[in-house]
Design a binder for this molecule. Structure first.
Ligand SMILES: Cc1cc2nc3c(=O)[nH]c(=O)nc-3n(C[C@H](O)[C@H](O)[C@H](O)COP(=O)(O)OP(=O)(O)OC[C@H]3O[C@@H](n4cnc5c(N)ncnc54)[C@H](O)[C@@H]3O)c2cc1C
Length: 518
């Protein structure tokens, strides 16, 4: 993973000429950004990890798995939001941990937490490091030191139960590896977020991730049949039946806890048969409102495709839904409908009848093919845009169908008001019977300090989302960037409940301090 950007540097993308023209003519981008810092020039404070703690941690994991070197600290300094990347490009390593510790088992994790609690060392669980909500950047104030707990060595598929259709994984397995391991059993998780190439199963659970095929396979939290959580106060084993009336479901307290309560060390995940066939196709609707109504009908009355997404007019025009064809988009609003499993033709025809009946025009398989081919490539484009002098960032929310138009308008108006004349694009990519998520992409020219420019806009848009009745996150999580808005969403009593849970599981307050709650 590129330390100051996204993904495999070999897959870096040149900006298409159409995009350069767009940046210049539409957004007023005139000069490229300062060149990015080199890894060795990133500014770090000296490690504060005491020698006694270094020895104690090394005894648990083996000394080779406790790193205080420059590169390891830089690579665990931040997540992958645009402000994260802008700061790393500027050589700012202010939030780098003092050390990186990589345990290999649940017992080692538990021991690391015990040692860190005793020495008042903050611990930040680190999966794929793809958080986009500031979940990996604690302030070390009030702590002896900060360690990143890298889960990359806990990367095994432990067991497959084909009768119950449950696979048991360690948390550090990256999504492509999970799919590869399951493919050997003819199975799939069906979880394909845009961060698929790097994110881990533990991170998906800890941040309540949702993948591009959520209509067919469900959100990640729907897949978690059981889990193990190591906390400074002991171990929680949760989930012993598919459903239970035995009190509140404590799994739900761990899902989305973002390392603030403990470390997920094992996941028992519902799996599905690997699809025999896949087919993706495009449809056009005259407007976002008409397209939304069609998605709502499919979500409420079926038949529901496996992948279902609708771009608004701007996103369709720019062609962002098909990153290989950016700049060559169409008019109206593009729907991508995908079918995975068996009988895909029959299912596509049945859903197609509904879409056509609601004003959809079939565009055939080509837009679906282009979307499927480019589905993981947009993040690479972000690096090129940042280098060219544009800021590009995404944000998301969700709401009930009846409130979705208000939410859509509120977010757009907020971004247009705070950023001058940005490009604001939106799509719906996760649908439910009662509502859907809205996912926005914003592109604007960098003015002055681009981090400050974005963070001011982000604060305003967070307030607008809460005010308009949406949730502050459908799938990115809370971290530090959404913490204040989340507190407004759940109210002071809600925050007190989370605080009480944290105090019980993590009395020394070492677990990812400042994430989720202040
Ligand atoms: C380009 C890009 C595209 C993205 N697309 C999507 C998308 O389509 N859908 C989506 O849902 N998200 C998306 N994300 C956000 C991100 O990938 C998800 O939040 C993902 O769940 C994070 O997984 P990770 O392994 O990288 O976790 P990390 O970023 O390492 O950690 C995320 C949080 O979980 C905690 N954590 C990690 N592992 C554990 C563990 N084992 N136990 C306890 N806490 C843990 C961390 O402390 C942190 O608070 C995207 C991000 C990027 C950069």
């Amino acid at each position: 993973m590129l330390w100051s950007g996204w993904g495999d540097p070999a897959k870096a993308r040149e900006l298409p000429e159409a995009v350069r023209t767009l940046l210049h003519d539409l957004l007023g981008v005139r000069a490229p950004a300062e060149p990015a810092a080199t890894l060795s020039s990133v500014r770090l404070a000296p490690s504060r990890l005491p020698g006694s703690a270094l020895d104690a941690l090394g005894e648990i994991t083996g000394p080779a798995h406790v790193g205080t070197g420059h590169e390891a600290r830089v690579r665990h300094a931040r997540g992958k939001s645009t402000p994260d990347l802008l700061r790393m490009r500027a050589g700012d390593g202010a939030h780098a941990p003092d050390a990186v510790v990589a345990p290999a088992t649940h017992d080692e994790v538990a021991e690391v937490l015990r040692v860190c609690a005793e020495a008042r060392i903050a611990v930040v669980p680190f999966g794929g490091g793809t958080s986009v909500v500031g979940a990996l950047t604690p302030s070390g104030d009030g702590f002896t030191a900060v360690v990143a707990l890298d889960l990359g060595r806990m990367d095994r598929l432990v067991a497959v139960d084909p009768e119950s259709m449950i696979a048991t994984f360690e948390p550090g397995v990256r999504a492509p590896e999970a799919e590869r391991l399951l493919a050997g059993h003819g199975l799939t998780l069906g979880h394909f977020p845009q961060s698929f190439e790097y994110a881990t199963l533990g991170g998906f659970a800890a941040a309540r991730s949702s993948g591009q095929a959520s209509a067919g396979y469900g959100r990640f939290d729907d897949m978690v049949a059981g889990l193990t959580l190591a906390t400074p106060a002991g171990t929680l084993e949760l989930g012993r039946a598919p459903k239970s009336a035995a009190g509140p479901d404590l799994r739900q307290l761990v899902l989305g806890s973002e390392g603030a309560f403990g470390v997920i060390t094992s996941l028992r995940l519902r799996v599905r048969k690997a699809p025999a066939e896949k087919a993706y196709e495009g449809w056009r609707f005259a407007s976002f409102a008409e397209g939304s109504a069609a998605l709502r009908t499919l979500a409420q009355q079926g038949p529901l495709p496996t992948v279902l997404r609708l771009s608004d007019e701007t996103e369709t025009m720019i062609g962002l839904a098909k990153p290989d064809a950016i700049g060559g988009g169409d008019s109206g609003c593009l729907v991508i409908a995908g079918y995975e499993g068996t009988d895909v033709r029959a299912r596509a025809e049945a859903a197609g009848e509904v879409l056509a009946g609601l004003g959809g025009v079939p565009l055939g398989p080509e837009p679906g093919r282009a979307w499927a081919h480019g589905r993981f490539s947009a993040p690479y484009l972000r690096d090129s845009l940042l280098a060219a002098g544009a800021t590009v960032e995404t944000l998301e929310t969700a709401g009930f169908w009846a409130n979705l138009p208000r939410l859509y308008d509120a977010v757009r108006l907020s971004l247009l008001g705070s950023l001058g004349s940005p490009l604001v694009m939106c799509h719906i990519s996760h649908v439910y019977e009662t509502g859907a998520s809205l996912y926005f992409t914003v592109v604007t020219a960098q003015h002055g300090d681009p981090v400050e420019q974005w963070e001011r806009a982000k604060e305003e848009v967070n307030a607008a989302i809460v005010e308009a009745g949406g949730t502050i996150s459908h799938h990115h999580g809370v971290g530090r960037d959404h913490r204040d808005a989340y507190a407004r969403e759940i109210g002071p009593l809600g925050v007190d409940i989370l605080r009480a849970v944290k105090d019980r599981l993590d009395p020394a307050g070492i677990m990812n301090p400042g994430a989720l709650i202040a």
